[in-house]
Design a protein around this ligand. Structure first.
Ligand SMILES: [Fe+2]
Ligand SMILES: [Fe+2]
Length: 136
C-alpha cells in the first residue's frame, strides 16, 4: 500500500481557507481510494467526479488568490495545476478501460499521495509564505 492519504500539519500553508480546502481534497481522495480497493465500479465513477469537481474548485480559488496578490509564480503554479488535471483525466480514461483492479487502485493511490504532498509541500507552501510576507 502507498503512503497514507492524509493531511498533516506539516502541509499547512498558513492560510486557513487554503488549508481547509487541502483537508477536503485529502478526504475526497481517501474515499476514492477506499472505493477503488473495494473494487466497486459503480462507486468509483461518482467518486472520481466528486474529487475532480473539488480539485477544479480548489485550483480556481488558489489561482484567484495568486492573481489578487500579484504572485509572480502564478504561471508556473497554474501550469502544475493543469498538468494534474490532464494526468487525472488520463487516469480516469485508464480506469474506464480496466475497471477497478488492484493495480489501478495502487497506481492512483501512489500518484495522488505523491502529487498532493509534493505540490502542497512545495509550491502551495511557497505561495503561503509569499502571502504571509506581503504588506497589508
Ligand atoms: Fe496549488
Ligand atoms: Fe493547493
Amino acid at each position: 500500500m502507498g503512503a497514507a492519504l492524509q493531511w498533516t500539519p506539516a502541509l499547512s500553508v498558513g492560510v486557513a481557507a487554503v488549508d481547509e480546502q487541502h483537508q477536503e481534497l485529502f478526504r475526497r481522495a481517501e474515499r476514492l481510494i477506499v472505493a477503488l480497493r473495494l473494487g466497486d465500479r459503480g462507486e468509483v465513477l461518482p467518486l472520481l467526479a466528486y474529487l475532480d469537481e473539488y480539485v477544479a474548485h480548489h485550483f480556481e480559488a488558489e489561482e484567484a488568490l495568486m492573481r489578487a496578490a500579484r504572485f509572480p509564480g502564478l504561471e508556473a503554479h497554474a501550469a502544475d495545476h493543469r498538468r494534474f488535471r490532464d494526468d487525472f483525466a488520463a487516469m480516469v480514461r485508464d480506469f474506464g478501460r480496466t475497471g477497478p483492479t488492484a493495480l489501478v487502485a495502487l497506481t492512483i493511490h501512489n500518484w495522488l499521495s505523491d502529487w498532493l504532498r509534493r505540490h502542497i509541500g512545495g509550491v502551495d507552501r511557497e505561495l503561503g509564505q509569499y502571502l504571509a510576507a506581503r504588506p497589508r
